[in-house]
Design a protein around this ligand. Structure first.
Ligand code: ADP
Ligand code: GLC
Length: 483
């Protein structure tokens, strides 16, 4: 089956978050299960530099409104990668969505409409040598692909491909003022409640949710949550109406990238049977951050976008309790200036106990995940979350809120869960500092019981979150809808 993945970021070429990890790992897993997969991305500078074999299609690949389509290979996978080379829209360094001041680019509607449009063209003979039977788009950036497919079907009377739209984060919807409509080249009557209209604006996410044959999101719990008002971000009605076509498929861990037994980015390698290397990773992390070399209290870590979503107000409010008990904290992240200021101030006030690195650093992310005892992800909402999965894999027990994918992947170290051998981390329910601190206290308590801690660590490391299982579920979706 010929499947086109459509996305805005992809590991290892360009990454702002978990979306890139997923889009980098899923294609290979689908190929291993026999799919004929290609990926379509905008040719942002980092992507173009990373695909040295990219060449225009044999036909020249000239696109209708300028620019051309290149074809190369996604490094490390052999998966064919289409690149939309339209410099006027994409030749901008850094973050693919926003300028240096963090302002979304004012032509984002044109930049990502083109992504969706070319996605649909690749199901309609634009590349004479390969045509998609399923177009699978990720997040709002690819949300118009199913709308263009529907428009082409109405125009030609022929269905070109089935479509899947995956929601990685419903909080980002790609909404634009109504006056962009004329630039999208879609039929005027697509602008309606049962279409891409959202409170008088144009919503790329809603287009994906409305026009795709199937909707998926990245965990079963989030699939339920977004059908309710609290987490539906205004689109819960649309999602409820399509609940029969909506499913949650849990993300996984790319074993070739996140695996302590072979990870060359960390100071020492280890696995569940030989944990000594983890101790060396911990010591190296403490030393590189100027933290005391203590071993008798837990070292907590966060690798994250610094946003409200990720629960930093709980971490900040709970700092006195963490410090009082002799814990240490390492934060690697970048994001909202207010959170950065608060974290940097905390590190200044408590040198030796709290360390903060502001920035985006892939190698350091591996060293933090390997070096800490506890990975913290106390999110307000979390579609899936990958850092808690990396924490499990590296024996760094996740401390998470029971929400979204976090609820689906971590089991609390309550007495009964320790007793029946299911505990893998620390889980709290309400988004309240008291609940968070109670989980923190469970982490301190378990850490004192070295034998039990290691038992939970080994169980965590043995959890299987592999892409093969996720790929099988995506393929089941594709089989229903392939053209
Ligand atoms: P989200 O996609 O919501 O940001 P995820 O947990 O799904 O959250 O994925 C985050 C990904 O981004 C992980 O691979 C994590 O290691 C990485 N990451 C986040 N912040 C940083 C950072 N400052 N430096 C390096 N990697 C980071
Ligand atoms: C989004 C979500 C995160 C998820 C990631 C990959 O960025 O915030 O929870 O893990 O996408 O699906």
């Amino acid at each position: 089956m010929k499947v086109l993945q459509v996305c805005a970021e992809i590991f290892p070429l360009l990454k702002t978050g978990g979306l890139a990890d997923v889009c980098g790992a899923l294609p290979g897993a689908l190929v291993r299960r026999g799919c004929d997969v290609r990926v379509l991305v905008p040719a942002f500078p980092a992507i173009l530099r990373g695909v040295p074999d990219a060449k225009p299609l044999a036909t020249g690949g000239e696109l209708p409104d300028g620019g051309r389509l290149l074809l190369g290979t996604l490094p490390g996978t052999g998966v064919p990668l289409y690149l939309i080379d339209a410099p006027a829209l994409y030749a901008r360094e850094g973050n693919p969505y926003a300028d240096e001041a963090g302002q979304p680019y004012i032509d984002n509607h044109r930049r990502f409409a083109l992504l969706g449009r070319v996605g649909a063209l690749l199901a309609d003979g634009f590349d004479p040598s390969w045509s998609a039977q399923v177009v699978h788009g990720h997040d709002w950036h690819a949300g118009l692909a199913p709308a263009y497919l529907r428009a082409a079907q109405l125009h030609s009377g022929r269905r070109q491909a089935g479509s899947v739209h995956t929601v990685h984060n419903l909080a980002f919807q790609g909404t634009f003022p109504l006056d962009v409509l004329g630039e999208l080249g879609l039929p005027a009557d697509f602008y309606q409640t049962h279409g891409l209209e959202f409170h008088g604006q144009v919503s790329f996410m809603k287009a994906g949710l409305h026009y795709a044959d199937r909707i998926t999101t990245v965990s079963p719990t989030y699939a339920r949550e977004i059908q309710g008002e609290e987490q539906g971000c205004g689109l819960d009605g649309v999602l409820r109406a399509r609940s029969g076509e909506l499913s949650g498929i849990l993300n996984a861990v790319d074993d070739a990238v996140w695996n302590p037994a072979i990870d060359e980015l960390i100071p020492a390698r280890y696995d569940g049977r030989r944990l000594a290397g983890k101790g060396r990773c911990r010591l190296a992390l403490q030393s590189s951050f100027g933290l005391g070399p203590q071993t008798d209290r837990p070292l907590f870590g966060v690798v994250s976008r610094l946003t409200e979503q990720k629960g930093f107000n709980l971490i900040l409010e709970g700092l006195p309790q963490l410090l009082e008990r002799g814990g240490q904290l390492v934060v690697l992240g970048t994001g909202e200036p207010g959170l950065i200021a608060a974290l940097v101030q905390a590190a200044k006030t408590h040198p030796g106990a709290i360390a903060v690195k502001v920035g985006y650093d892939e190698e350091l992310a591996h060293r933090v995940v390997a070096g800490v005892d506890v990975m913290m992800v106390p999110s307000r909402f979390e579609p899936c979350g990958l850092t808690q999965l990396y924490g499990l894999k590296y024996g760094s027990l996740p401390l998470v809120r029971k929400v979204g994918g976090l609820a689906d992947t971590v089991v609390d170290s309550s007495l009964e869960n320790l007793d029946d051998g299911s505990a893998t981390g620390f889980v709290f329910e309400r988004f309240e500092v008291d609940d968070y601190v109670a989980a923190l206290r469970r982490a301190f308590a378990l850490f004192k019981r070295k034998g039990e801690w290691q038992e939970v660590q080994r169980r965590a490391m043995a959890q299987a979150f592999d892409w093969d299982a996720a790929a099988a579920q995506y393929i089941a979706q594709y089989e229903h809808i392939a053209a």
